[in-house]
Structure formats: structure tokens, C-alpha cells
Ligand binder design. Sequence first.
Ligand SMILES: Cc1cc2nc3c(=O)[nH]c(=O)nc-3n(C[C@H](O)[C@H](O)[C@H](O)COP(=O)(O)OP(=O)(O)OC[C@H]3O[C@@H](n4cnc5c(N)ncnc54)[C@H](O)[C@@H]3O)c2cc1C
Length: 384
Amino acid sequence: MKERVAVVGAGIVGLAHAWSAAERGHDVTVFERTSVASGASIRNFGMVWPIGQPTATRAIALLARQRWLTLTQESGIWANPYGSMHLAHRPDEWTVLQEYYELQRHSDLGPHLRLLSTEEAFERSPAINPTGFLGALACDLEVCVNPTETIRKIPSWLTDRYEVQFCFDTAVTEVGTGQLRTATGRSHSFDRIVICSGHDFESLYPEQFVELPLKKCKLQMLRTVSQPSSWKLGAHLASGLTLRHYESFRACSSLQLLVDRIAAETPELDHYGIHVMASHDNLGRVVLGDSHEYGDRIEPFDSLEIDQLILRELQKIICLPSWDLESRWHGIYAKYPSGVNVNLDPEPRVHICTGFGGAGMTMAFGVAENQWRLWTNTTAETVA
Ligand SMILES: Cc1cc2nc3c(=O)[nH]c(=O)nc-3n(C[C@H](O)[C@H](O)[C@H](O)COP(=O)(O)OP(=O)(O)OC[C@H]3O[C@@H](n4cnc5c(N)ncnc54)[C@H](O)[C@@H]3O)c2cc1C
């Protein structure tokens, strides 16, 4: 049965719900309080990153990845499925990568992984710093998108393709079963309302958020000027520091030695939650990051010390033709520590979907699709 569906928020999570609902033939309206999306979804690396997911949630990441490829092919929005490389510049990092490869080689991830010698890795990326380089773990699943461009183009595609309506500059101030109210006082009727308001826990159903262990996290990021056009990063690149950040690597017993070494050698990296990664967008710029500061430690001001630490660590692992910076910024996301994200139903046919932490670009298309399969008892086949 065709439903009138409202989605609150035009970040990646709201867009994912809007797309899954529209594909099922529903009448979809998206309400976004800013004039263009400006939240975490436009501020990230643009890394669709299945390798960061543990075995239990990898299927959702793979579904999401497939949907990214479908969307970018159908819409003509730029994406580069160039994969990833985790670089080892210290023996303990190389040990963890080797252990991870052994653990995963017979899993569904196995066919996508390769341990690379230094020579093989240099062939894939001219950016690797050769000093101390020991080898890399390559995965061919990761996809790069330009987050700002993509998140701001998807609304037009959804409108052209599925007649999804977008109400920008429209804050939703009240939601109840069958109805929502906007800041101008207008009420609208809907059969189903999905709230995807990112790290805003204060405006809609604040009492629901009080009970949850959700945290806000601030991340600092940098972006270089465009690199020479023939120069390619070759893959998303991640350092050994990243191994202590993504849950997938926690299955490795050798990880603790690396964690302990970093804590003893460079405690400032733990203090600011720094691990370093780089991605290369369609405008030739290299996006660099990042740090993690939680809860009460979040200040509106960006710290130059953090930027300098991020650059220091990146320069240990990569060499760029130009390190000149074009932009610096920070983003804030909501993180639910005990799962991929949080899905709540505060009232009948009212849903809240948030808390994706550092994996919203990777997981939202999969989570939203699964939610719509559940709510409407439809599978991908019955939709197609
Ligand atoms: C610096 C940084 C780097 C990251 N890197 C990656 C990465 O490479 N890969 C990855 O998978 N993930 C990454 N993430 C995580 C990812 O960006 C987030 O998980 C994701 O963007 C969260 O999406 P969202 O739609 O929940 O939130 P948002 O993008 O913040 O969107 C929420 C939207 O809701 C709107 N809104 C809120 N309340 C209302 C209301 N009452 N009425 C109307 N509109 C409202 C807001 O204006 C906003 O536009 C990164 C995050 C950051 C900050």
C-alpha cells in the first residue's frame, strides 16, 4: 500500500531512507532545517569502508556498498571504487595486518584481500612514504565519493527519478503518530515518519535520547589543494594507527602490543583520538584526518595542535606532491557504542534512526534498506 512518508534530515541517513521508501512507490517528503545539507554527511572522508566492519555487520556494509554503486551509476554522481590499503611502517603493524589476513582469508572478505610486498604496494600508490615501509594490506571493496557534492546532488536525483519532495530551510519542531509540525507552525499529515536528525538529541523526542548511551564525537579534518592531475593516491590509505580504531581489527590478538606501544610512545595521539587516513576526491584534492574528542571535551574551536599532529603522523606514512592546505574543518557525529546504530520507535509508525558514528557513509544505505524491508515486508526482488 502506498504510504505518505516524511523523513526529517537530509544527511546520508535521511537520504538513504528517502531512497528506500521511494523505490517502494511511497510518496516521500524530506524536511531539512538548513538550506543545503551541512552536517556530518558533507564533512567526512567520503570513504565507503566495509573493511572497518566486523564479521557480524559486514553484510550490511556490502549491501550498502552495492547500493552506492547502483546510485552513482544511475545518477552519474562521481564515485571511485579504488579500494583501500592499510600501510605498515612498524613491525607490530605488519604483524597485525598479517594476522588479520590469516583470520579473514577463508571468510567472505578473503577474495577481496591481498597482502602486498613493498614493491607491489608502490605499484598501486605513488604516495607511500618508503622510509620504514614494510608492506600493506589491500582490499578492493572500498569506494570513494566526494561527500559534499554527493550529499547535495542526491536530492535532485531523488526528485527527478522518484518525485521525492524536499523542503529545505524547514525545521521540524514536533512529531507524533500521523503528524508533524514545522517551525512556522504548519502541520502536515503522514502515514510514517522517519527521524534522521544526526547528533541533534535535543529537539525531537529528547526523552528517548536521555536513556541511551549515545555520545557526540568531534573530528578535525584537513584538505589539500588539488594535486597535479596525473598524480593518483591509488586507493584510500590508512596508517597503522587506524588498526586500533576500527572494530574489525579487534579480532587480532597481536593488536594489544601495537595499542600499548602507541600509548607509551605517543600518548598525545590517544589523548586526541588521532589515527590517520587519506582519500583523493574527483577535484584532485587529498582529504586528510582525523581526531576524536567526545562529549564534554567538544569545543567549538579547532585546535592547531591537533592539525599539526595529524599532519605529523600522515607525513610519516605518505608523501604528497603538495601539502598546501585548501581547507580545515570539523564535524560532529552521534555514536552508539553497542551496535551499528540505533533504531527506535517512540510511537506507532514513528521511527528514529541515528548513531552511526564514523560509519554512516558505509552503513546507512544498508541499514535503511533493511528497515524498509522489515516495515513493508518487501525484499529487494519484490521492489525491483
Ligand atoms: C569528520 C568526519 C569524517 C567521517 N568519515 C567517514 C567516512 O569516511 N566514512 C563513513 O562511513 N562515515 C564517516 N563519518 C561518519 C558519517 O559522516 C556520519 O555517520 C553520517 O554522516 C551521519 O549522518 P546523519 O544523516 O545521521 O547526520 P547528518 O549528516 O548530521 O544529518 C542530519 C541532518 O538532520 C538535520 N536536522 C536535524 N534536526 C532537524 C530537524 N528537527 N528538522 C529538520 N532537519 C533536522 C540536520 O540539519 C542535518 O542536515 C565521518 C564523520 C565525520 C564527522
